[in-house]
Ligand binder design. Structure first.
Ligand SMILES: CC(C)=CCC/C(C)=C/CC/C(C)=C/CC/C(C)=C/[C@@H]1[C@@H](COP(=O)(O)OP(=O)(O)O)[C@]1(C)CC/C=C(\C)CC/C=C(\C)CCC=C(C)C
Length: 673
């Protein structure tokens, strides 16, 4: 076998498969990361590779290589780049699912209950003094010192055995060559890597196992041969010496740790460019404003973008996590957790978004979630909930007006007459920081969007009388159309393409709001029973209730209790329904719920809003389309379940199976963009 055939049969096909799998995530930033690591790998490996060949570690059979530069075959130089790309693609596929910024937060509870207690009692005041709020600075320092010490000790020990002509030379030369680089990488990113040690190990192990197999085959077929004199003689497989196995472990470790160090730095750049103050609009220093530019545009767009991106990396690689506002980062991890646990339908779709958009939309999700939960908190009287919504409305007005809110009760999660709510506190602090990170003159998300949600929630508190389908749509526009517009503003802001966001937004805002309304209608169809029985709400317009009373007798099985004569009577019957004690009523009500659910879903489709959403997704930034497409399709999957239900199961809450979500995510990623 020729060396070239090793690439044609193994490395290139593997690269093609991984590149196809990673295609939806191969943003300009990811490609820039790979180019940077490949360049560094090439420059650092070339002298070492030439030296160990010269000192007799291995050689190539005559006629097996195309040509050499120095002592190294050209195929080997290509291997440096190919291995970097292979391992980088594997790392991207394995590790992109965690929110990088959240990994910079103080250690999670399972690692440090003390830190968790400290984090959860972080007062807004500590939002001002980051060092005091960071209970994990000592943990991070100790893990860095330990990791670097191990690397330096290994290099020092190996140096004693790195004597040409001895049996330990090749193994020791690998350790002496690799450890200083790993020490540097771990000095920068050890805490970040430790927080994601499972994907880190997987990112190293998977390509290493593949390259062990390739090496085994190449040695077995005589493409290259490892000389016995500089090796220990320990074999991992009949043809794979320990030295070769260790080489691929440490080189992949260097690649993965290098990528993780870049991810950590980019997370710091995003945080510093995206998190304003809690209190009020603090003018960003020029250096921070420059970060926004460095973090936003795709580094491969132009030489100017590349150099700005590389400078932002260089400037922030040695920035310690303690320089960040620890309370802000902890709050960000908290809102990411709210988004993860808050939504059965959206948490999976959120993970498809690029890191910066995911971070921003998670903040908006948390704001929506806590606000909606305030309105739905049946344990509190309606007036208290109304006062709470008014407090949130006032808080947002102050935030956008630049009024100092650092002493607002909402910053501590305190609503009138209620005990502190940590989710509410984290969501309100985070939304304030997000708004304060924008240019005050042109906030990315208009205040109107966030206030519309409050308007819709307030409507829920009163006797919700929706007479017509237009009333439903008007309500859905408030609670969901507004959310669609807010998310789209954030997605267009992240594209960083420099294209006028306003122009792009004008072209797509209707589609965005239509998608929100469509999802809300499906939500109403799914939750007909729980909205009636738990919240005492009937979203169906009286026109539909009247229609049901007219046609019920044709739809109900013979002998079923006659339906109430009026729309109000039907609404009462659905709300006051008791489970099973009045069988006729239960039978009647489940038929009524099925009828109403069907009308909600028909409205979503027949009003053209589903079609409008589908058309709008094509206008979004390419790296955001899979997530939104998946969110829409997961919700339409719920609609299909609800429509297919027999009337007898209209008491449950339809949810799509995990297998369906996985299929939708895969199709949205690979089949539909
Ligand atoms: C990836 C993605 C779309 C993430 C979600 C973004 C987000 C901020 C959602 C907010 C959800 C929320 C709690 C809103 C408060 C009012 C409310 C309850 C609305 C209903 C949502 C249900 O949310 P829930 O988490 O309870 O869902 P499950 O119970 O788990 O099913 C609604 C159904 C409305 C949700 C509306 C949207 C998410 C807007 C969607 C539209 C876009 C993202 C615009 C896309 C752009 C174009 C051009 C098509």
């Amino acid at each position: 076998m020729q060396y070239l055939q090793v690439h044609l049969l193994f490395t290139l096909p593997a690269l093609a498969v991984l590149a196809a799998a990673a295609r939806p995530f191969l943003s300009s930033t990811e490609l820039a990361k790979m180019a940077l690591l490949a360049a560094l790998a090439f420059v650092y490996t070339t002298p070492w590779d030439n030296a160990v060949i010269y000192l007799g570690a291995w050689s190539y059979e005559p006629g097996r290589v195309l040509a050499r530069v120095g002592l190294v075959p050209v195929e080997e130089y290509f291997f440096f780049v190919a291995q970097t790309a292979l391992t980088a693609l594997a790392t991207l596929l394995v590790s992109r699912w965690s929110a990088h910024a959240a990994l910079l937060a103080p250690t999670p509870p399972h690692l440090s209950p003390i830190a968790a207690a400290a984090r959860d009692t972080v007062s807004p005041q500590s939002a001002v003094s980051p060092r005091a709020a960071d209970p994990q600075a000592r943990w991070r320092l100790s893990i860095r010192v330990a990791a670097v010490s191990v690397c330096i000790a290994a290099a020092a020990a190996a140096a004693f055995f790195c004597v040409p002509g001895t049996r330990t030379f090749y193994l020791a030369s690998i350790i002496v060559w690799a450890m200083p680089v790993l020490a540097l990488q771990l000095a920068v990113a050890a805490p970040f890597i430790a927080r994601r040690w499972q994907p880190t190990l997987a990112s190293i192990a998977l390509p290493t196992l593949f390259l062990w197999c390739v090496d085994h085959i190449a040695i077995r077929d005589g493409v290259w041969s490892i000389h016995p004199s500089p090796t220990t003689g320990i074999m991992v497989t009949p043809f794979l010496p320990l030295e070769e196995a260790v080489f691929f472990v440490v080189t992949n470790a260097m690649i993965v740790c290098g990528l993780m160090a870049v991810d950590r730095t980019l997370a710091i750049v995003r945080l510093r460019s995206r998190l304003g103050a809690v209190g009020t609009f603090e003018r960003k220093p020029e250096s921070e404003v420059a970060l926004v530019a460095a973090a936003a545009p795709s580094p491969l767009d132009s030489w100017a973008h590349w150099s700005r991106w590389a400078c932002a990396l260089a400037d922030n690689t040695i920035v310690a996590e303690t320089s960040l506002d620890a309370a802000a980062v902890a709050d960000l991890a908290h809102v990411m957790d709210i988004a993860r646990r808050g939504s059965l339908s959206f948490s999976a779709a959120l993970a498809l978004l690029p890191q910066d958009v995911r971070q921003d939309i998670a903040i908006v999700y948390a704001y929506c979630r806590v606000t909606d939960d305030v309105a739905d908190d049946a344990s509190r009287p309606v007036e208290a909930r109304r006062a709470a919504l008014a407090a949130i409305r006032s808080f947002l007005g102050d935030v956008y007006a630049g009024v100092d809110v650092s002493q607002s009760p909402l910053i501590s999660g305190i609503l009138p007459g209620a005990s502190p709510n940590l989710d509410l506190a984290a969501a309100m602090r985070s939304i304030a920081r997000l708004v304060h990170a924008w240019d005050r003159a042109a906030p990315v998300v208009p205040l109107r969007c966030l206030v519309e949600l409050i308007d819709g929630c307030e409507a829920d508190l009163g006797a919700l009388l929706l007479a017509t389908e237009d009333d439903i749509v008007s309500y859905a526009e408030k609670v969901a159309g507004s959310v669609g517009e807010a998310c789209t503003c954030l997605m267009l802001n992240s594209s960083g393409s420099g294209v006028s966001k306003d122009k792009e937004l004008a072209a797509v805002v209707t589609n965005a709001r239509d998608m929100g309304v469509a999802l809300q209608l499906v939500n109403m169809a799914r939750d007909v029973a729980t909205d009636a029985q738990t919240l005492g709400r009937i979203y169906a317009p009286t026109a539909w209730l009247d229609e049901w009373t007219r046609i019920a007798s044709t739809l109900l099985p013979p002998g079923t209790t006659k339906p109430p004569a009026s729309a109000a009577g039907l609404a009462d019957a659905l709300i006051s329904d008791t489970w099973g004690t009045q069988t006729g009523l239960v039978e009647h009500n489940t038929h009524a719920m099925r009828f109403l659910a069907g009308r909600f879903i028909e409205l979503a489709y027949n009003s053209g809003r589903v079609a409008s959403a589908r058309a709008g997704i094509k206008l979004l930034p390419a790296d955001c389309r899979p997530a939104i497409d998946a969110a829409l399709r997961i919700y339409l999957g719920i609609a299909d379940i609800v429509r297919g239900w027999p009337h007898s199961v209209y008491r449950q809450r339809a949810a799509t199976r995990a297998s369906f979500k996985v299929r939708v995510l895969a199709e949205s990623l690979y089949a539909r963009q």
